[in-house]
Write a protein that binds this ligand. Structure first.
Ligand SMILES: [Zn+2]
Length: 1022
């Protein structure tokens, strides 16, 4: 029987209940104040401070000095190891005993040389359970070690989370003692909390909320905090409410434990290893106590780290993976950026990830998992499908600043028409807490009501790790099937997606990229990382090709598989979604640049070894072409054999030739005109360069077509104020466009550097500000259809954005941008909010603006940010954010872009091939005197690009070759090779042979059919 409330007053009843469990008010007499019973001090605490992250074995042998709780230590990023001795009082028999440890760093408890519990106040974990119910035979005297990192869950930002780290922060332990933990009080508190939240979340419009209100009020009446015998009556009342069931039609929430751990962000890579250890050991503890608990865990790299740093923990993880509770998800090496990695890099993310998961756990992932990346390439559906994945989970598009994405559950159709079933958890979070608010949001926000009756809810502290807590599990368990709330079941991605697929008839389809209308500065921030990424992608491409050719040419050659895997894994790691976007602290940038350096030096060595195996010894100079078409280009000769240092060479596709200088049909002419402007011409292009380096004219000689827009100049540097609303390194806002200022101050006017013949070039220097300058060499080569701008910037700005503009004589409503294995169009107008929200977009090696039979392409060798509005093509060059890296992008930068007017379409004009040429320079190698030009592969159809040649992962004297259709057309192509290929098979992107599909091989080559933008992978058996 309920007590009749005195007045009809919802507010007093609700607040009465809230105060009854408050940890701030009335704890002297409320239930919350009874959570802990007696306490007992620790026997001893001693400490040892280490500037480095060391192993337990090393730490445990150090000299520990006495430590008093409350004492400060540091500095940031150091580690304080504590040695703790404790004795549990005899008379605590039958009690649940915790070590309570509150500190402002992230801690790990070690016992008997093994990690046993992660402790982080910010992650609501301050207890290590010594005993669930103390028995006499349990050890009462215990020695523990606590490893405390001097950083918080979110690093050590000075003043705000994303500010650059405060390197002198001090840390302390605020509380360390033994306590009796009262499990019955905890359970009752959870009953109260959930009922109070139901009252609040369902609001005054739902009668169910009032039923919760009266229930919780009556529980306060029944419960005497001082008398534990009163708890069961209150608990029973709560149970009665929670066990009132839903109808069959209720929405089902698939709850999955999760712990988003950024592989590096506001902390360095090395700390992430410990974050994984702390988070996952906690997960394992929860699994031991909660057999229904399911935890989803992505990023093969993090598994690899834990495997080598915490082998004991790793074997427990393997056990729970087998049981189906600890579920590896995602299929990739890391949760990479979804825009910037090349097509091949994206494939390798999956190849390394899926192979790792298969090898370690006997199973590939069936879903791609990328909750926190800043947009998703339109080529991802095809790549996923090629890697055995048909499902995709993310939620980041809920961060859109302008337009609300219209679906939560839908089919996502990629560039080539591949489809994947996609789910955005409607709660718009990957770090829920199992609260009523999370469940109600999941149903309310669902934009596919009536179409999809199942949703995911990912719970557990995230970003900096932490993961789920027992409290979250208790909350979810209470409301599995409670009338008025969605049904909740502990679930797995497989279970969720199979439910969604089984009932997918009403689902909508979204075609093309998933563009994030936020964080668009990440295409440009930390230019050095972007440049090195492109350079290393190019280098590994070349190393794999040269090594594959060497493997075929020389029986004794050992393909450097292990080394290449190591280098790829470093490259893939740096493609993590806070590293390549440049949204990380300076320490991470240093690590990343060091990894790139390793890739470059080791890669260069591998290249030399492969060339040597190819017979490249001797005193002559040869040229190596890693691209699948013949190239006829001017190159710089470094051995001084040629007087000018330049040579025009012709090199066959995927092959090599000696340097045999040939004469151009039309040499480059350079003329300084009386007004100081410089005229350059090479038979294809004719340009007039002003004294300030801008282009007064750029003309395609045949059919005499001017490129530069009337009354404008090309190659105009412009600078903008770049102050976002909050996310400094991430965001460039729409309003920055209103602050455009041309860079006009000439420090050194245009002067001739190379006077013509094979090459003409001029140079000039502009002042950007009193701290920054730009020096540029404008280069025109004989036979070359584009002009290169080799640029050097001294950059010392604060919150400025440097770009370069080319206003062109082209009118088109759409511009084209290269993406992974293809290209797509985006509007050049701002008609609707979906159009203007894309005021800053990403592209890879080129972008093009074309009308019928004429267009202009803007190529680059390491940039990713573009904007093409109306007829102005703009390339984003440098930013100067101050958080989370206060020195981001300060210093010297070198990069190259190029402008290429053309007739016909960009496809017919070979814009794609030219952009490849700009990015994959012909490489000089040693060779014997007078070798014969040699080609290993060629493709009969220009639109089909042979992108990758490598040894098959499973070896066995087989090569893998990957080709894609780059024009957006259905074509047949013949792949010809001079290598001794015996047989060829189709395979997927994971190199799994398709035994139903032998490749059609004749004496002429292998015939292949392509649909638009299709990627085809072959296994060539040698
Ligand atoms: Zn993240």
């Amino acid at each position: 029987m309920y007590h009749q409330p005195v007045l009809k007053n919802r507010r007093t009843l609700l607040e009465r209940a809230e105060k009854f469990i408050s940890d701030v008010y009335f704890t002297d007499c409320n239930l919350r104040g009874r959570l802990y019973g007696d306490s007992c001090p620790l026997e001893t605490i001693s400490a040892f401070l280490s500037p480095k992250r060391i192993t337990f074995t090393e730490a445990s042998t150090q000299n520990f000095a006495p430590y008093k709780v409350g004492e400060n230590f540091g500095q940031t990023w150091w580690t304080c190891w504590f040695k703790v001795t404790l004795t549990v009082p005899e008379h605590w028999r039958g009690k649940e005993v915790h070590l309570l440890w509150e500190c402002d760093g992230e801690a790990m408890v070690w016992r008997d040389g093994q990690p046993v519990q992660g402790l982080t106040k910010e992650g609501e974990k301050t207890s290590y359970i010594l005993s669930d119910c103390l028995k006499d035979e349990e050890p009462h005297s215990v020695t523990l070690y606590v490893e405390m990192a001097c950083n918080g869950l979110f690093g050590a930002g000075q003043g705000s989370m994303i500010a650059a780290p405060d390197s002198n922060r001090k840390f302390s332990v605020q509380r360390a003692e033994l306590v009796i933990f009262k499990r019955d009080v905890r359970e009752l508190l959870t009953d109260f909390e959930m009922l109070i939240d139901i009252v609040k979340e369902l609001g005054e419009g739902e009668q169910r909320g009032y039923q919760a209100l009266f229930t919780v009020n009556e529980m306060v009446n029944l419960c005497d905090p001082a008398d534990p015998s009163s708890f069961s009556n209150a608990h029973s009342l709560a149970q009665r409410f929670f066990s009132q069931r839903n109808g069959d039609s209720q929405h089902t929430v698939h709850a999955m434990g999760h712990c988003h751990i950024d592989s590096a962000w506001l902390w360095p890579y090395e700390e992430t290893i410990r974050k994984c250890g702390r988070s996952w050991v906690t997960v394992i503890n929860l699994m031991e106590k909660n057999p229904e608990f399911v935890f989803t865990c992505s990023q093969a790299q993090q598994f690899q780290w834990v495997k080598s740093w915490y082998p004991g923990l790793y074997s427990k993880i393997q056990f729970y993976v087998k049981k189906g509770q600890f579920i590896p998800v995602g299929g990739t090496w890391v949760e990479m950026d979804g825009n910037l990695p090349s097509g091949e890099s994206m494939v390798r993310q999956f190849l390394e990830g899926q192979r790792f998961f298969h090898q370690e756990f006997g199973r590939c992932c069936t879903e791609f998992w990328l909750p926190d990346t800043f947009g998703y390439s339109a080529q991802l559906p095809q790549i996923m499908q090629g890697c055995g994945i048909s499902n995709f989970l993310t939620q980041k598009l809920s961060w859109n600043l302008v337009n609300a994405f219209p679906h939560n559950t839908f089919f996502w159709e990629g560039l080539d028409g591949s489809k994947v079933l996609t789910h955005f958890p409607p709660g718009n979070s990957y770090e829920m807490k199992g609260k009523i608010e999370d469940l109600v949001k999941t149903v309310k926000n669902n934009k596919d009501k009536g179409r999809a009756n199942h949703s995911a809810a990912l719970f557990g502290f995230g970003d900096g790790g932490g993961g789920p807590t027992q409290l979250m599990l208790d909350r979810l368990r209470l409301v599995q099937d409670t009338d008025g709330l969605p049904k909740v079941q502990m679930s797995s991605p497989d279970q969720l997606f199979s439910k969604l697929l089984a009932d997918s008839a009403l689902l909508c389809t979204w075609s093309g990229e998933l563009f994030l209308e936020l964080h668009n500065g990440t295409y440009t921030t930390q230019a050095q990382i972007k440049r090195e990424n492109r350079r290393c992608e190019t280098l590994l491409h070349d190393v794999e090709i040269a090594s594959s050719l060497a493997l075929c040419q020389k029986k004794t050659f050992q393909y450097p598989q292990e080394k290449l895997q190591q280098l790829w894994r470093l490259l893939l790691l740096n493609q993590f979604h806070d590293v390549i976007p440049g949204s990380c602290i300076g320490m991470v940038v240093e690590d990343a640049l060091r990894y790139y350096e390793d890739i470059c030096s080791d890669g260069a060595l591998l290249l030399r070894e492969a060339w040597e195996a190819l017979g490249s010894k001797g005193s002559s100079v040869g040229v190596f072409n890693s691209l699948p078409w013949e190239r006829h280009e001017v190159i710089q000769i470094t051995d001084g054999a040629d007087k000018s240092g330049l040579a025009l060479v012709r090199v066959p596709s995927i092959g090599m030739s000696p340097v045999k200088d040939t004469q151009p049909v039309t040499p480059v002419s350079v003329t300084v005109q009386s007004d100081g402007t410089v005229l350059m011409e090479n038979g294809t292009l004719h340009t007039v360069i002003n004294k300030d380096g801008t282009l007064a004219s750029l003309c395609l000689i045949s059919p005499n077509r001017e490129t530069v827009s009337d009354g404008c100049v090309g190659n105009q540097f412009v600078i903008f104020d770049d102050v976002p609303l909050y996310w400094d390194a991430w965001d460039v806002m729409d309003y920055h466009l209103q602050t455009r200022k041309p860079v006009v101050e000439v420090l050194q006017p245009v002067h001739v550097v190379t006077s013509g013949g094979l090459r003409g070039s001029v140079s000039f220097t502009l002042r950007i500000s009193d701290k920054s300058t730009v020096t540029q060499e404008i280069v025109m080569d004989a036979m070359c259809p584009y002009i290169r701008f080799n640029t050097k910037v001294q950059w010392a700005e604060s919150h400025k954005f440097l770009k370069v503009e080319f206003p062109v004589r082209v009118r088109s409503l759409n511009a084209t941008y290269e993406i992974q294995f293809g290209h797509l169009q985006r509007p050049t107008h701002w008609n609707t909010s979906w159009d203007w929200a894309r005021f800053e977009v990403w592209g890879h090696k080129w972008a093009d603006l074309s009308e019928h039979n004429f267009g202009v392409a803007l190529l680059n060798d390491c940039k990713y940010g573009y904007s093409i509005h109306k007829n102005t093509m703009t390339l984003s060059l440098l930013r100067a954010p101050k958080a989370p890296d206060a020195t981001a992008d300060m210093g010297t930068h070198q990069f190259t872009y190029a402008i290429m007017p053309h007739t016909g379409s960009f496809q017919d004009a070979s814009v794609i091939q030219c952009a490849y040429n700009l990015n994959f320079p012909l490489r000089l190698m040693q060779c014997s005197a007078d070798p014969v030009p040699w080609s290993a592969f060629s493709v009969s159809t220009k639109s089909v690009i042979l992108e990758t040649i490598k040894q098959a992962e499973d070896g066995n004297r087989a090569l893998v070759v990957r080709l894609y259709e780059s024009y957006g057309s259905s074509v047949s192509a013949t792949l010809r090779t001079t290598l001794p290929v015996r047989k060829a098979w189709h395979c997927d992107l994971l190199e799994r042979q398709d035994r139903t599909q032998p490749a059609d091989m004749t004496s002429d080559g292998i015939t292949l059919n392509f649909k638009p933008f299709q990627i085809v992978t072959l296994l060539l058996i040698l």
